[in-house]
Design a protein around this ligand. Structure first.
Ligand code: CMP
Length: 134
Protein backbone atom coordinates (compact mmCIF):
# COMPACT_ATOMS: atom_id res chain seq x y z
CA UNK A 1 0.00 0.00 0.00
CA UNK A 2 1.45 3.33 -1.12
CA UNK A 3 1.75 6.44 1.02
CA UNK A 4 -1.44 8.46 0.91
CA UNK A 5 -2.58 11.85 2.13
CA UNK A 6 -5.85 12.63 3.81
CA UNK A 7 -7.50 15.77 5.16
CA UNK A 8 -9.21 16.39 8.49
CA UNK A 9 -10.93 19.26 10.26
CA UNK A 10 -10.99 19.31 14.05
CA UNK A 11 -14.38 20.96 14.49
CA UNK A 12 -15.23 24.01 16.66
CA UNK A 13 -16.75 21.90 19.45
CA UNK A 14 -13.49 19.95 19.85
CA UNK A 15 -11.40 23.14 19.95
CA UNK A 16 -13.82 24.60 22.55
CA UNK A 17 -13.46 21.44 24.66
CA UNK A 18 -9.63 21.65 24.45
CA UNK A 19 -9.35 18.27 22.73
CA UNK A 20 -6.99 19.33 19.91
CA UNK A 21 -3.86 17.77 21.43
CA UNK A 22 -5.69 14.58 22.36
CA UNK A 23 -7.11 14.18 18.85
CA UNK A 24 -3.85 14.91 16.99
CA UNK A 25 -2.01 12.55 19.37
CA UNK A 26 -4.27 9.66 18.36
CA UNK A 27 -3.30 10.07 14.68
CA UNK A 28 0.40 10.46 15.51
CA UNK A 29 0.46 7.45 17.83
CA UNK A 30 -1.05 5.36 15.01
CA UNK A 31 1.96 6.31 12.87
CA UNK A 32 0.48 9.00 10.66
CA UNK A 33 2.52 12.13 9.94
CA UNK A 34 1.19 15.67 10.21
CA UNK A 35 2.17 17.22 6.86
CA UNK A 36 0.23 20.50 7.17
CA UNK A 37 -1.50 22.10 10.13
CA UNK A 38 -3.46 25.31 10.46
CA UNK A 39 -5.96 27.14 12.59
CA UNK A 40 -8.72 29.21 11.03
CA UNK A 41 -12.36 30.13 11.31
CA UNK A 42 -14.23 28.77 8.29
CA UNK A 43 -16.20 31.32 6.24
CA UNK A 44 -19.86 30.45 5.72
CA UNK A 45 -19.41 30.33 1.93
CA UNK A 46 -16.53 27.83 2.23
CA UNK A 47 -18.52 25.64 4.66
CA UNK A 48 -21.47 25.63 2.25
CA UNK A 49 -19.17 24.53 -0.59
CA UNK A 50 -17.45 21.86 1.55
CA UNK A 51 -20.81 20.34 2.54
CA UNK A 52 -22.63 21.05 -0.77
CA UNK A 53 -23.61 17.35 -1.07
CA UNK A 54 -25.72 17.84 2.10
CA UNK A 55 -27.37 21.12 1.05
CA UNK A 56 -30.87 19.64 0.73
CA UNK A 57 -30.77 17.88 4.12
CA UNK A 58 -32.85 19.30 6.98
CA UNK A 59 -29.74 19.55 9.19
CA UNK A 60 -27.75 21.64 6.67
CA UNK A 61 -28.28 25.08 8.33
CA UNK A 62 -27.40 23.66 11.74
CA UNK A 63 -24.29 21.96 10.30
CA UNK A 64 -23.09 25.20 8.69
CA UNK A 65 -23.63 27.11 11.95
CA UNK A 66 -21.77 24.41 13.92
CA UNK A 67 -18.79 24.50 11.50
CA UNK A 68 -18.43 28.29 11.41
CA UNK A 69 -19.14 29.26 15.03
CA UNK A 70 -15.52 29.16 16.21
CA UNK A 71 -11.96 28.27 15.27
CA UNK A 72 -11.08 24.91 13.72
CA UNK A 73 -7.85 23.01 13.13
CA UNK A 74 -7.11 21.94 9.54
CA UNK A 75 -4.63 19.12 8.97
CA UNK A 76 -3.13 17.04 6.19
CA UNK A 77 -2.13 13.60 7.49
CA UNK A 78 0.09 11.17 5.60
CA UNK A 79 0.67 7.46 5.91
CA UNK A 80 -0.08 4.09 4.36
CA UNK A 81 -3.79 3.87 3.53
CA UNK A 82 -4.28 7.16 5.41
CA UNK A 83 -7.88 7.80 4.30
CA UNK A 84 -9.18 4.49 5.71
CA UNK A 85 -6.86 4.50 8.74
CA UNK A 86 -8.00 7.97 9.78
CA UNK A 87 -11.68 7.11 9.31
CA UNK A 88 -11.21 4.06 11.55
CA UNK A 89 -9.68 6.23 14.28
CA UNK A 90 -12.45 8.85 13.90
CA UNK A 91 -15.34 6.33 14.06
CA UNK A 92 -18.91 6.27 12.74
CA UNK A 93 -20.56 9.56 11.70
CA UNK A 94 -23.21 9.37 14.43
CA UNK A 95 -21.50 9.60 17.84
CA UNK A 96 -24.36 7.57 19.32
CA UNK A 97 -23.26 4.65 17.11
CA UNK A 98 -19.49 5.20 17.12
CA UNK A 99 -17.52 2.47 18.88
CA UNK A 100 -15.75 3.24 22.17
CA UNK A 101 -12.05 3.80 21.46
CA UNK A 102 -12.82 5.96 18.41
CA UNK A 103 -12.66 9.76 18.69
CA UNK A 104 -16.42 10.13 18.15
CA UNK A 105 -17.17 7.17 20.41
CA UNK A 106 -15.09 8.62 23.22
CA UNK A 107 -15.74 12.36 23.02
CA UNK A 108 -19.04 13.06 21.24
CA UNK A 109 -22.66 12.49 22.13
CA UNK A 110 -24.88 13.62 19.25
CA UNK A 111 -24.97 14.95 15.71
CA UNK A 112 -23.90 17.26 14.18
CA UNK A 113 -21.25 17.58 16.90
CA UNK A 114 -18.96 14.69 15.98
CA UNK A 115 -15.64 16.46 16.68
CA UNK A 116 -13.77 15.65 13.45
CA UNK A 117 -14.42 15.70 9.72
CA UNK A 118 -12.29 13.24 7.72
CA UNK A 119 -12.15 12.99 3.91
CA UNK A 120 -13.87 9.86 2.55
CA UNK A 121 -11.63 9.15 -0.48
CA UNK A 122 -8.16 10.11 -1.76
CA UNK A 123 -9.73 12.26 -4.52
CA UNK A 124 -11.95 14.12 -2.05
CA UNK A 125 -8.95 14.52 0.28
CA UNK A 126 -6.99 16.28 -2.49
CA UNK A 127 -9.98 18.51 -3.38
CA UNK A 128 -10.44 19.43 0.30
CA UNK A 129 -6.69 20.12 0.73
CA UNK A 130 -6.90 22.51 -2.24
CA UNK A 131 -10.07 24.13 -0.83
CA UNK A 132 -8.63 24.76 2.61
CA UNK A 133 -4.87 25.12 2.03
CA UNK A 134 -4.97 26.58 -1.50
P1 CMP B 1 -18.88 15.04 8.67
O1 CMP B 1 -18.07 13.80 8.64
O2 CMP B 1 -18.17 16.34 8.81
O3 CMP B 1 -19.77 15.07 7.34
C1 CMP B 1 -21.04 15.66 7.28
C2 CMP B 1 -21.51 16.16 8.59
O4 CMP B 1 -22.90 16.40 8.68
C3 CMP B 1 -21.27 15.08 9.64
O5 CMP B 1 -19.91 14.92 9.90
C4 CMP B 1 -22.11 15.61 10.78
O6 CMP B 1 -21.48 16.68 11.48
C5 CMP B 1 -23.31 16.18 10.03
N1 CMP B 1 -24.45 15.23 9.97
C6 CMP B 1 -24.53 14.07 9.26
N2 CMP B 1 -25.73 13.48 9.43
C7 CMP B 1 -26.43 14.28 10.28
C8 CMP B 1 -27.75 14.22 10.85
N3 CMP B 1 -28.58 13.20 10.58
N4 CMP B 1 -28.13 15.21 11.68
C9 CMP B 1 -27.29 16.25 11.96
N5 CMP B 1 -26.04 16.36 11.45
C10 CMP B 1 -25.61 15.40 10.62
Amino acid sequence: MAMEETFIIIKPEAVAKQLVGEILARFERKGLYIKKLGVTQIEEEVAREHYAHHRDKPFFPHLIEAMTCGPVILAVLEGEDAVAQVRNIVGATDPAKAAPGTIRGDFALRLPYNMVHAADSPDNAQAEIRRFFG
